[in-house]
Structures are given as structure tokens and as C-alpha cells.
Design a protein around this ligand. Structure first.
Ligand SMILES: Nc1ncnc2c1ncn2[C@@H]1O[C@H](COP(=O)(O)OP(=O)(O)O)[C@@H](O)[C@H]1O
Ligand SMILES: O=C(CO)[C@H](O)[C@H](O)COP(=O)(O)O
Length: 562
């Protein structure tokens, strides 16, 4: 049967895998999908090429793994959709961020040069590479003392996860590689470069992660004061032509057409970030609609017609989510990652066996065991900082904490305390926006954690807000597909495409007043601990991380001397 429909492909490059989805342009129906787990996953303990131990807080990836997604997941998604590839009119991508690739002028990643394959700094620094906190602290101290005009646009603090802190770490720890690198490229743009053969820098990461505000990067004088060899970092390594969100970055090259099985010459959308593409996919692009993309981490994005300083936010960028509005971003560096750490490291074998026998995941089993306990019944409160704190403290030297454990505390109780802690972290962010006159009027959830209904109810109770949910399991990939449809000219802009192709279920979870009242008491305890450990009263977490780094150096030196 002849198929008159047009399709677009959205590819979501997540932390551990890349997912491709085939989407119908007329109404956003998802026709087929496929996933590839990155062969090298995340290298956060050892470098795969050498087996060398990596220092604490490192997180690297291999760029060839991203190309493997194009070669494998895209054709598999098209095959599963059963469509004729010639009906595909565009492809869009989204990526984790700030995830940085050091490359030569032609886009070759430094780790692909044989002489650098054993050098950790030649690899992709994943968003959750947190080893540049020292550099971030220096950027923040200097920017504060000089009164840099861009600092308030980042809530007063630049994160160690962003482009400048990571770039300065590269310079100071491996200057040879820094000098060899021609471009310091967001993976979001590198993948589009692989698809089109052309490097274009997307307006989203350039603004949020690359300190591009009102057309300017931090000055040579500022950067040179941080380190004289860093003065031309923005000009030489970062600055590049900017592409707007939803625009076409170019056409699919012959090489990429052969990888993907898609027609050569179709439109490729300008790169974008996993969180930001999801707002139109959830039909949530109006002022006050906060979208939380909850997966391994959580990223909160929201539009506003007001420009305001929100302490500890990740950033505000004019048109950073959708053109015509100020896009705000905040985030929590560890959410699903914390639950995964707990499940993988702290749960007794008997629980794992019981979950297996019941045909449940350990997450589901723990949730089932604890979901009927009254609020506060575990006597615990936790801090959700196992991967540091991105908002509102912007400090990756902070670490996790559970308080209230006794000899009768059960594993499922700690699991629940961790679920709750991430919701308290979200409430701290929402309250900061409200206090900064950028009110959060609606809360919408997308991402893999939607699958846990109990977790969603906890969020509704703790936030005291109804929770609406995206009606797609693949929110970011759908968002990337929406951008592809706009780039291909099927819709005039991202808002119009989102209205037709996005999907939202309104007010799926509503707060329970009795639970909310009990959670208010726990939130007061969370806030006390948050400020005590996070705002300088007790710097024990910083001291412990410093000790850990010293011990790692001692261990490496002992190894070398053997
Ligand atoms: N039932 C569950 N309850 C809570 N968390 C879960 C559950 N199942 C999986 N997770 C967590 O979900 C996370 C994966 O989310 P996902 O959105 O798929 O990933 P990503 O953020 O990389 O896109 C993992 O960190 C895992 O710990
Ligand atoms: O910082 C972000 C976007 O700016 C995201 O949190 C980061 O990209 C990781 O996303 P995920 O946890 O969904 O893999």
C-alpha cells in the first residue's frame, strides 16, 4: 500500500545509550524505535584503552560509541517501524550536556589519534565529569570579584560541569593536548557535524554551558587572569557560528546516509540538549510550565517572559528553549543514578533474589515493600548529593547523607528516603524560582522515572502541586523529532510543531493533604541539613573529598614505585 505520510527521526543520546524513534510528522505518533547501549558506557573508574585507574570524580566517554548509535539504532528503528526510508524528511538529535569532545579542525576526536589513545584528557568529558570543581571555584571567585556581567545569568555560580571549567582543567592537566585541540565541541554539535559534515554550534548549549550572553563570551582579560595560557580559550577553541534551535544545520551527507540507511540530503536539525527538546514534546512551552526530565539526573526547564536572577540556577538564555521567551534551566546531578547506586551496591542478596523470583526489578520490589508505610515511618531523612549538587548550591564537592538509621532500619526504608530526598531537592529548586519572581505554576514530568508511580506521588505530595506527565516513553527523542520536522519545513516553528506532535496527560497525580503536611515536617529537616552541610557551616564533605583525592594520589604513586 502506498504510504503518503512523511516521517522524521529523533535520536536521543543519553548517558548510557542512544535511542532512535521514528515519528509521524502529521501527528507525532511514534511508529518504531531502537536502542543501542554505548559499548564503553561511562568510564568513571578506569580508562578502557589502558586499564589505567581514573582519579575520583572523572567520567569519560568514547565518541565512536555515538556514531555506532547512528549505524545501528537508526536503521533498526526504521526497520521496526516498517516504513519506506524514502518517506523520512529529516533527522534531529539531542544530547546530554555539558558533554565535551576535544577535536582537530576536521572534527577528529583526539582519542582517535594513536598517540593519544592512552591519555584520559583525549576523551569525551561527560556531563557528570565533576573533577573540575577547583577550576569552577576559581572562575566563580574571579567573576564575583570583577563583577562580571554574565555571572547573574548563571545564578551567581558557574558549574564544574560546564565548558569553561572543564576546558581549564584540560589546559592545566594536559597542556599538550589542549594545544593540539582545535575545537572544544559539545557532543550535541559533534554528532550533527558527523551527520552533515559541517560544524555548527547550537544556541542552547552555547548559552547555558558556554557562557555566551548577548553575543559575547567572557573576555580575554578575564580568562587570562585565570591562567595566561587560557586567555584566548573562548576565541580560539569555543567560538563558532551559531545555529538556532529548530533550524536546519545542513543536509545528511552521503557517508551518514550510508550509516543510517536514510536518504542523502534530508534536513538535519541544529543540535540540542535532552532536557530542552523535551519541553515542546510535553506541550509545555508557556511561562510557568516547569518540565522536569527525570532520569539518571533531573533537569528542570521553564520559559518565562521575564529576565530574572534565580540563585543557583544553571542559567537563563534568551530563546534557550523556544524563541521569544527566556529559557531557564536548573538541575539535580543525581536522581536515578542515586537509586541505581543504592540498588547495585547496598541491597542484600536475598532482596535481589526475591525480586528476581517475583519477576520484578529491584527498584520495583523495594518500592512495593515500602509504598504503604506512613510518611516519616522510617525515621529517616537524606541529602541527595551523591553526584554533587547542581542547583541551588552548585557544588560538586558535596556528597550524600542518610540520617536517622538504627539497627532496625530496613533497606527499603533507606531506598524510600533517597526517593524523598530527590523530591526535597526539587522543592528547593521550585521554591527558589518562586522566591525570585519567576513562579512555577505547573509541574510536568518526562523521562524514565515516570515509570515509578509511587515516586511521582511523592513528588506531588512534597511539591504540593499536581503533576502532569508527558504521554511518551521517549520524550527527548520525540522532542528531537519535533525539531527535525521544523528543520525540514513541515511546521513554521517549534511551538506549532509541539502543538501537533507533542503529548501531555494533565494532572495525573494530585497532592494528598495529609501526606503533604507530614512531608512539610521532613522538608524542614532536609532544609536544615541542606544549609548546614551545603552553605559552609560544616565543610566535612569538602574535607572528605580532599582526603579521598590525596589517598588516590598516594595509591597511584605507590603503584608507580613498584
Ligand atoms: N522503578 C524504578 N524506580 C526508580 N528508579 C528507577 C526505576 N527503574 C529504573 N530506575 C532508574 O532510572 C534511571 C534511568 O532513567 P532513564 O530515563 O532511562 O535514563 P537517562 O537519564 O540516561 O535517559 C536509572 O538511573 C535507574 O536507576
Ligand atoms: O544537564 C543536563 C542537561 O543540561 C542533563 O541532566 C544531562 O544531560 C544528563 O541527562 P540524563 O540524566 O537524562 O542522561
Amino acid at each position: 500500500m502506498a504510504d503518503a505520510e512523511s516521517y522524521v527521526i529523533g535520536v536521543d543520546f543519553g548517558t548510557l545509550s542512544g535511542r532512535a524513534v521514528v515519528v509521524r510528522v502529521s501527528d507525532g505518533v511514534e511508529i518504531g524505535s531502537a536502542v543501542l547501549d554505548y559499548p564503553h558506557a561511562v568510564m568513571d573508574t578506569t580508562l578502557a584503552a589502558t586499564g589505567e585507574a581514573l582519579p575520583p570524580e572523572w567520567a569519560l566517554q568514547v565518541p565512536a560509541d555515538y556514531v555506532a548509535v547512528l549505524q545501528s539504532a537508526v536503521p533498526a528503528a526504521v526497520a521496526s517501524a516498517g516504513i519506506d526510508p524514502s518517506r523520512v524528511i529529516g533527522i534531529g538529535t539531542d544530547f546530554t550536556a555539558c558533554t565535551m569532545v576535544p577535536v582537530l579542525a576536521d572534527g577528529t576526536p583526539l582519542n582517535e589519534l594513536a598517540e593519544y589513545a592512552g591519555r584520559p584528557h583525549a576523551y569525551v568529558k561527560l556531563w557528570r565529569h565533576h573533577a573540575a570543581q577547583g577550576q569552577a571555584d576559581r572562575i566563580n571567585d574571579l567573576a564575583t570579584s570583577r563583577g562580571e556581567s554574565w555571572l547573574p545569568r548563571y545564578g551567581g555560580l558557574i558549574s564544574s560541569e560546564w565548558e569553561f571549567a572543564k576546558g581549564l582543567q584540560l589546559l592545566e592537566e594536559d597542556p599538550e593536548l589542549y594545544n593540539r585541540m582545535d575545537h572544544w565541541v559539545e557532543a550535541a554539535d559533534w554528532i550533527v557535524w558527523q551527520l552533515t559534515g559541517r560544524y555548527l554550534r547550537n544556541a542552547c548549549t552555547a548559552g547555558y554551558k558556554g557562557i555566551l550572553q548577548d553575543g559575547e563570551y567572557p573576555s580575554e582579560a578575564f580568562l587570562g587572569t585565570l591562567n595566561p595560557a587560557f586567555s584566548r580559550f573562548a576565541l580560539d577553541k569555543v567560538a563558532h557560528e551559531i545555529g538556532q534551535l529548530g533550524a536546519s544545520a545542513g543536509s545528511l551527507s552521503a557517508e551518514a546516509a550510508a550509516w543510517t540507511g536514510l536518504p542523502e540530503g534530508i534536513h538535519v536539525a541544529v543540535g540540542n540538549v535532552d532536557a530542552h527538546v523535551t519541553a515542546p514534546a510535553a506541550q509545555a512551552v508557556n511561562p510557568g510550565q516547569m518540565v522536569a526530565i527525570m532520569g539518571t539526573s533531573t533537569c528542570q526547564v521553564m520559559n518565562s517572559d521575564r529576565l530574572a536572577e534565580v540563585p543557583g540556577m544553571c542559567g537563563v538564555v534568551d530563546g534557550g528553549i523556544i524563541s521569544g521567551l527566556y529559557g531557564y534551566e536548573a538541575g539535580q546531578s543525581g536522581v536515578g543514578d542515586i537509586f541505581a547506586w543504592y540498588v547495585n551496591n547496598q541491597v542484600p542478596a536475598a532482596y535481589v533474589e526475591e525480586a528476581r523470583a517475583l519477576g520484578r526489578s529491584v527498584h520495583e520490589y523495594l518500592t512495593e515493600l515500602i509504598k504503604d508505610q506512613p510518611v516519616g515511618g522510617h525515621g529517616l531523612v537524606a541529602l541527595d548529593w551523591h553526584s554533587g549538587n547542581r542547583s541551588v548550591l552548585v557544588d560538586h564537592e558535596l556528597s550524600g547523607l542518610v540520617i536517622g538509621m538504627t539497627l532496625t532500619t530496613r533497606p527499603e526504608e533507606i531506598y524510600r528516603a533517597l526517593l524523598e530526598a530527590t523530591a526535597f531537592g526539587t522543592r528547593a529548586i521550585v521554591e527558589t524560582f518562586n522566591d525570585s519572581h519567576v513562579p512555577v505554576t505547573e509541574f510536568i514530568v518526562a523521562g524514565g522515572l515516570l515509570k515509578n508511580a509511587f515516586l511521582m506521588q511523592i513528588y506531588s505530595d512534597i511539591l504540593r502541586m499536581p503533576i502532569s506527565t508527558i504521554a511518551s516513553d521517549q520524550g527527548p527523542a520525540l522532542g528531537a523529532a519535533i525539531h527535525a520536522a521544523v528543520a525540514a519545513g513541515a511546521y513554521p516553528d517549534v511551538r506549532a510543531a509541539g502543538e501537533k506532535m507533542g503529548k501531555l496527560n494533565k494532572n495525573v497525580y494530585v497532592p494528598n493533604e495529609a501526606s503533604s503536611a507530614a512531608y512539610d515536617e521532613l522538608f524542614a529537616e532536609y532544609t536544615r541539613l541542606h544549609d548546614y552541610f551545603g552553605r559552609g557551616e560544616n565543610d566535612v564533605m569538602h574535607r572528605l573529598k580532599a582526603l579521598k583525592r590525596r589517598a588516590a594520589v598516594t595509591a597511584r604513586e605507590a603503584l608507580v614505585s613498584v
